[in-house]
Design a protein around this ligand. Structure first.
Ligand code: ZN
Length: 373
């Protein structure tokens, strides 16, 4: 589920898309203090983009240059990705240069950034074009500024909604030519990679609902329900979620606290094949229904509430989510899950895979002649 405001944040207080943000818009567009802000970044998020150095952690204070004294943004970034947009023109608001990276803030963006607090869906890939130049966007993360300080990634010290702070999408470019503040630039996301992540993320959500359905008869007490009225195993047990191209990996903790809430673990390992088959049958029915999928937004900015809304045959389900999604289950051919249970560790892992017609065609083109899938 993603950048975001996930269904899955164990503490609602840190949920990205919370209604607590709804009141901050009255702040107006007053200028921030005209000083070069101090800068701290930490991009050591667990989901890489392919270009990101693994484990890169370079928290430090940096100068801002190429800066003609433009103030840091006082509003949260306008984000275009919730409706599937992959490119747009934008105005550069701030450029911050480190030894080997350039951090670019724009007034709007089609790039989905990774959220270090719940890094399920990774950053979009793509390019930023300015003048006759084009630079790859090697990472994209959430940052925050109070006008005097600028923090990136998990170095951000405040929560969304903190008075006086703006949350922004930070485009990370490699060292080299970069745009200047005030420039008009073209931001273009890698559409195929976005589609793979969108399919994986939608698959992740429907798979979690199918898992809830197939585990429903193991609950001995009443607990919170999902959008279809079933005990919400997913929400109660989720530890981590990782969206991968055309799939997802979700890890659940099955320990004392879940047993206390009424979840029956007896014979779970032996029952896994039946549970998996039941979930996959549910998923086949849902995919066959060609249910529509939509990301509904409460506003156009990064911190506004966004919800994944899917019109399944049993009912319409809404899940807070900051990620990207396909528009209909008709865009996929199949969604399947696999389950593994490590009883000693109390850990259940669900692997979701999504088949798309386009992906199969693209994959076949990559295989050597004479080889079939
Ligand atoms: Zn989500």
């Amino acid at each position: 589920m993603s950048l975001s405001g996930e269904r899955r944040f164990p503490e609602p207080a840190v949920r990205f898309c919370s209604s607590a943000h709804s009141g901050r818009r009255g702040r107006g567009r007053q200028c921030a203090v005209r000083v070069a802000p101090s800068f701290v970044s930490n991009l050591s998020t667990p989901v890489g983009t392919g270009w990101q150095e693994p484990g890169a952690d370079f928290s430090r204070r940096l100068r801002r240059h190429q800066n003609d004294g433009m103030p840091m943004p006082v509003d949260d970034s306008l984000v275009r990705y919730p409706d599937g947009t992959t490119r747009c023109r934008a105005a550069v608001l701030a450029v911050t240069v480190s030894d080997d990276r350039t951090f670019v803030l724009t007034d709007q963006t089609p790039f989905h950034p990774i959220d270090p607090r719940w890094p399920d869906q990774g950053a979009d890939r793509g390019a930023l074009a300015f003048g006759d130049n084009s630079a790859p966007v090697i990472d994209c993360v959430i940052g925050a500024t109070d006008g005097e300080q600028f923090f990136v990634g998990d170095a951000v010290p405040v929560r969304r909604g903190e008075p006086g702070w703006s949350f922004v999408v930070v485009h990370v470019l490699p060292a080299g030519p970069s745009p200047r503040e005030g420039d008009s630039v073209e931001l273009a996301v890698d559409g195929e990679y976005r589609l793979q992540l969108s399919a994986g993320h939608t698959g992740c959500h429907v798979a979690s609902l199918a898992l809830n359905a197939s585990l429903a008869d193991r609950w001995r007490k009443t607990v919170q329900s999902d959008g279809l009225g079933r005990p919400n195993f997913d929400q109660l047990a989720i530890v981590s979620s990782t969206i991968i191209p055309d799939g997802a990996i979700d890890t659940y903790r099955i320990g004392k606290s879940l047993r206390k809430k009424g979840f029956d673990v007896d014979g779970l390992g032996l029952a896994l094949p039946d549970i998996t088959a039941a979930a996959n049958a549910v998923l086949a029915g849902w995919v066959g229904s060609a249910a529509t999928v939509e990301v509904q937004v409460s506003g156009p900015r990064l911190t506004d509430l966004r919800e994944w809304v899917c019109a399944l045959p049993e009912g319409t389900v809404r899940i807070p989510c900051g990620g990207t999604h396909v528009h209909s289950l008709s865009e996929v051919e199949a969604i399947r899950i696999g389950l593994t249970f490590n009883e000693a560790a109390g850990e259940l892992v669900m692997t979701t895979s999504v088949d798309r017609p386009d992906a199969l065609a693209a994959g076949a083109r990559l295989l050597p002649a004479g080889q079939s899938r």
